[in-house]
Design a binder for this molecule. Structure first.
Ligand SMILES: [Mg+2]
Length: 315
């Protein structure tokens, strides 16, 4: 679910304008919602909620790109809603603009201290609402884009080590909570130093890109995460995968890299670029930390190397 949201966010962030954002308008008075919706609907997709509880439910279900939040509402007021939004990781980064009839500076300060990005006073002026909403949506779009970039390995275009670490920790916690298995592959390009030494670093970079592309192609399931682990090492996290499935996936990947037939004149293993793969799987409910799972895969990788490379070993 989270992975899908992330992909969706990445896709939307990368989309060229005109880009229709989803704006959630929260107000206990339907007339106010209609007024704001009329102003915003030509440029954005507007979703509405008439209470704090409904707003929180909608925001969790399908996080909007921006929330216009009325402060004075019966039951849970806007400040309380904002506090709750900021507490949940699914909604914490959604920009919130308070809309209120209060013009007191202290109120404004309180709203902003809760993490709201802006404050609009009622009765609002159309041009102001439009401009502020547009500004904050643009800022969010660039923030999302930057965050996506900071998770991508510049050379190969697959997720980087930082992304891998965060994803593995979350996926592992999820597997343990949900009592599902999880598989991890560590993939190492055989004799990569010799490859660089004989063909040069540009050829080395290209080989890494080709291997990464095979890894990404082989992990079509949107729940899997392919990543560059470091240097000539890659990883594949496979939530919900048992040992047999992971081993078959690893073997397919090993074959596909070999079938790329990238000539490797300095390899004692084969005449082309090959990979060794170490695999570790946790059964449903089996406890382990990310470091322990990585260590198991790493030891399996070491055995794959020791047993002659260009092979899969599991540990
Ligand atoms: Mg109100």
């Amino acid at each position: 679910m989270e992975q899908r949201r992330e992909l969706e966010r990445g896709r939307r962030a990368a989309e060229a304008p005109p880009w229709r954002a989803r704006v959630l308008v929260v107000d206990d008075v339907p007339t106010n919602i209609r007024l704001l919706a009329r102003v915003l609907a030509p440029e954005h997709d507007v979703v509405a909620a008439t209470s704090g509880a409904e707003a929180l439910r909608l925001a969790e279900l399908q996080p909007p790109d921006l929330i216009l939040l009325d402060v004075e509402m019966p039951g849970m007021d806007g400040y309380a809603v904002c506090r709750r939004l900021k507490e949940s990781s699914a909604t914490a980064t959604i920009p919130v603009i308070f809309v209120t009839a209060r013009t007191d500076e202290a109120d404004e300060v309180e709203g902003l201290s809760l993490g709201a990005v802006d404050y609009i006073t009622k009765p609002f002026r159309e041009a102001i609402v439009k401009a502020r909403v547009r500004t904050h949506l643009e800022l969010k779009r660039y923030r999302d884009l930057l965050q996506d970039r900071s998770y991508i390995d510049g050379l190969t275009g697959v997720p980087n080590r930082r992304r891998f670490d965060e994803f593995l920790a979350r996926a592992l916690a999820g597997a343990q909570r949900g009592l599902t298995p999880i598989g991890l592959l560590l993939i190492d390009v055989d004799h990569f130093k010799a490859y660089n030494d004989s063909l040069g670093h540009l050829a080395g970079d290209e080989a890494l890109r080709r291997v990464a592309a095979e890894l990404a192609r082989g992990s079509r399931r949107e729940t899997d995460l392919p990543a560059r682990y470091g240097g000539e090492e890659f990883a594949l996290v496979m939530p919900g995968t048992d040992a047999d499935f992971a081993e078959a996936a690893a073997e397919r990947l090993r074959q596909r890299v070999q079938e790329l037939a990238l000539p490797h004149p300095a390899s004692p293993t084969a005449d082309c670029v090959t990979v060794s793969i170490g695999l570790a799987c946790l059964g449903a409910g089996e406890p382990a930390t990310p470091a322990e799972l990585i260590d198991r895969a790493d030891r399996a990788l070491y055995r794959a190397k020791k047993d002659g490379r260009n092979r899969v070993r599991s540990g």
